[in-house]
Design a binder for this molecule. Structure first.
Ligand SMILES: Cc1cc2nc3c(=O)[nH]c(=O)nc-3n(C[C@H](O)[C@H](O)[C@H](O)COP(=O)(O)OP(=O)(O)OC[C@H]3O[C@@H](n4cnc5c(N)ncnc54)[C@H](O)[C@@H]3O)c2cc1C
Length: 285
């Protein structure tokens, strides 16, 4: 079985700065980390490797420095690291990102065997659109299982996987056939520690590096800012609200406390009561 994990190298969230003109995140000289959601995806892949002897390839699209994050995944036990890097990819939105990654996944299938499973994190901590995973699945014609909390069963003979999906209102028990793309939720497992042996191997390992041409991209207008219909108009930190939260004290049980809270809200925003009356009509006693 061959599994690919897509990881993104992201700025360490405490250090994010936005370019005043292009509104893109300034990545130069900013400490970077592996997108935390992707570590849960990597751990799931490594558990399937332990159980079924799968081969795990890790793929990232990013600047040349993203090779550092790839090497880190090798210290955890990944078998192969692939860096897709080209200045034509700069400023990619999710459409352009999923396009470039799907082309790299096509080349990975040619070179190393078609992956039965592709893992991504649910989302990144910088763009956090959760769109790249489903975009890749659509482009490659893979089944997709998103917001997955647990892998309950893999049947290699039947080429199926059973998972638990965390959804509003509860947990869904889903089964899909291969090939499938899975987006993993945070806290779905605990990331293992890297081993000395793997760390030594990672230091020596070659990171496979491809550019747009190497993965067969001919139409460069599908890449980077040119291939991105999404314009990030403005990125700004929301202004902190000056208003302090008000503590409403009330004697008695939950009902009394709830009633006191409603009264306090009505006192602060009298208009709300009228709106609710209108909405609730005959239900409001
Ligand atoms: C503040 C901000 C807002 C943005 N808003 C938008 C927007 O509204 N629409 C839009 O199209 N773009 C937006 N972008 C650009 C977007 O961040 C990039 O396109 C990015 O490369 C992919 O989107 P994402 O970070 O949201 O990834 P997500 O879709 O959240 O990522 C999901 C998963 O896909 C995989 N993945 C994502 N990027 C890569 C990569 N480069 N290499 C390998 N695997 C990857 C990872 O496993 C990740 O966990 C925004 C960027 C910023 C910084």
């Amino acid at each position: 079985m061959h599994i690919v994990v897509c990881i993104k190298q992201v700025p360490d969230s405490a250090q994010i700065r936005v370019h005043p003109v292009t509104n893109t995140i300034m990545r130069q000289g900013v400490p970077t980390i592996i997108n935390p959601y992707d570590l849960f995806a990597l751990e799931e892949a490594l558990r399937l490797k332990d159980k079924f002897g799968a081969t795990v390839t890790v793929l990232t699209m990013g600047p040349p420095t993203a090779a550092d994050s790839l090497r880190k995944t090798l210290t955890f036990g990944a078998d192969r690291a692939v860096l897709l890097t080209d200045r034509y990819f700069a400023g990619s939105d999710t459409l352009a990102t999923s396009y470039a990654l799907s082309m790299a996944l096509g080349k990975i299938a040619e070179e190393f065997g078609k992956p039965e499973i592709i893992f991504t994190g649910k989302q990144t901590i910088d763009g956090d659109t959760a769109q790249v995973g489903p975009g890749i699945a659509k482009r490659l014609g893979y089944n997709q299982l998103t917001y997955i909390a647990r892998i309950s069963e893999v049947d290699l003979d039947a080429a199926t996987i059973r998972v638990e999906r965390r959804a509003e209102g509860g947990v869904q028990d889903l089964v899909s056939s291969f090939p499938v793309l899975i987006t993993m939720l945070e806290a779905s497992n605990e990331m293992r520690r890297g081993t000395i042996e793997n760390a030594l191997g990672a230091a020596r390992a070659e990171v496979v590096t491809w550019n747009a041409e190497a993965v067969g991209i001919e139409d460069l207008t599908k890449c980077g800012l040119r291939g991105s219909p999404t314009i990030v108009k403005k990125v700004f930190a929301p202004t902190a609200r000056a208003e302090k939260a008000e503590i409403v004290e009330a004697e008695g049980g939950v009902d009394a406390k709830a009633a006191a809270l409603v009264e306090a809200i009505f006192a602060k925003a009298p208009g709300i009561e009228g709106d609710l009356l209108e909405l609730a009509g005959e239900h409001y006693v």
